[in-house]
Design a protein around this ligand. Structure first.
Ligand code: NDP
Ligand code: 8X3
Length: 262
């Protein structure tokens, strides 16, 4: 780490748990200023205080539902002047809801995934990117998924939203590279130390135990990758990192013979 103080500001959507929280911790540890978002106000406040106390950094929080365009705009516009220049935007907020074949899927679940994973990502990007264009610099890192590269049974709409994220990453890059803005993506396979499975199965803890017979990635593994991407020299843009635990070889190939770390 350089001895110069880091003054870069990072906005992380969905920082109240899992990959977003792990990403917040690694940027905090390295002295960045953080804007953390999510819907759970108490969690945001608790994480803010923890990171300030542990790392002595500056943190501000924005509590809003990213599916709601006016709430997203209002929250973003509420940022105090010193917080308006965002160097790195990490589009992480997202979720899967349900695990049903297409003919049994719940329309509400589909709407939730589409509104969060695609429309929410677009709303915040639309707000942050003009200032990056004006400044001729910036970095946007989208959290996609292996599900954005390869489908699996019952993954239908979740996979469709992540294929959309992949398309957006590629097309945002085409629109923004002329302005010196890097657009990158991380596409993880299964990741534990997240609430992903619990959310997918509507809080059903039994069904959410999907990592008991293999070792997936941990949230920190993904966070470290995001951090690595964001700390390359300005002339380097890592476009996509497809990453899985060693016991996963593809979305449809998981060695479930037991956790290799036991
Ligand atoms: P978590 O459930 O732990 O985290 C999801 C985060 O997104 C939370 O902070 C949540 O905050 C936020 N979020 C969800 N919905 C909304 C909303 N409507 N408005 C604002 N924030 C919202 O799961 P992960 O950490 O696993 O998920 C992070 C990203 O990683 C997602 O995009 C997911 O698709 C992706 N991913 C996850 C993988 C995994 O296996 N875990 C693998 C590949 C990709 P809050 O509830 O406070 O609003
Ligand atoms: C999350 C990983 O395999 O559940 O994107 O789709 S998976």
């Amino acid at each position: 780490m350089s001895s110069m103080p880091i003054t870069k500001t990072v906005l992380i959507t969905g920082a109240t748990s899992g990959i977003g929280y792990a990403t917040a911790r690694i940027f905090a540890k390295n002295g960045y200023r953080l804007i953390l978002t999510g819907r759970r106000k108490d969690r945001l406040e608790e994480i803010k205080q923890k990171l300030i106390k542990k790392y002595g950094i500056e943190v501000t929080t924005l509590c809003f539902d990213i599916r709601n365009q006016s709430a997203t705009t209002k929250a973003y516009k509420s940022l105090k002047s010193g917080w308006k220049t965002i160097d790195i935007l990490i589009n992480n907020a997202g979720l899967a809801k349900g695990f049903s074949p297409i003919h049994e899927g719940k329309i509400d679940d589909w709407e939730t995934m589409i509104d969060t994973n695609i429309k929410g990502l677009l709303y915040i990007t639309r707000l942050v990117s003009p200032d990056m264009v004006a400044a001729n610099r910036g970095h946007i890192i989208n959290i996609c998924s292996t599900a954005g590269h390869e489908v699996y049974p019952n993954g239908n709409v979740y996979a469709a939203t992540k294929f959309a994220v992949d398309a957006l990453t590629k097309s945002m890059r085409l629109d923004l590279y002329k302005f010196g803005i890097r657009v990158s993506q991380v596409s993880p396979g299964h990741v534990e130390e997240t609430e992903f499975a619990l959310v997918r199965f509507d809080g059903d803890e039994k069904r959410a135990k999907i990592y008991e017979d293999f070792v997936p990635l941990k949230s920190k593994d993904v966070a470290e990758t995001v951090f690595f991407i964001s700390t390359r020299p300005r002339h380097v843009n890592i476009q996509d990192v497809l990453m899985m635990g060693t016991q996963q070889a593809g979305n449809n190939f998981i060695d479930r013979s037991g956790r290799a770390d036991r």
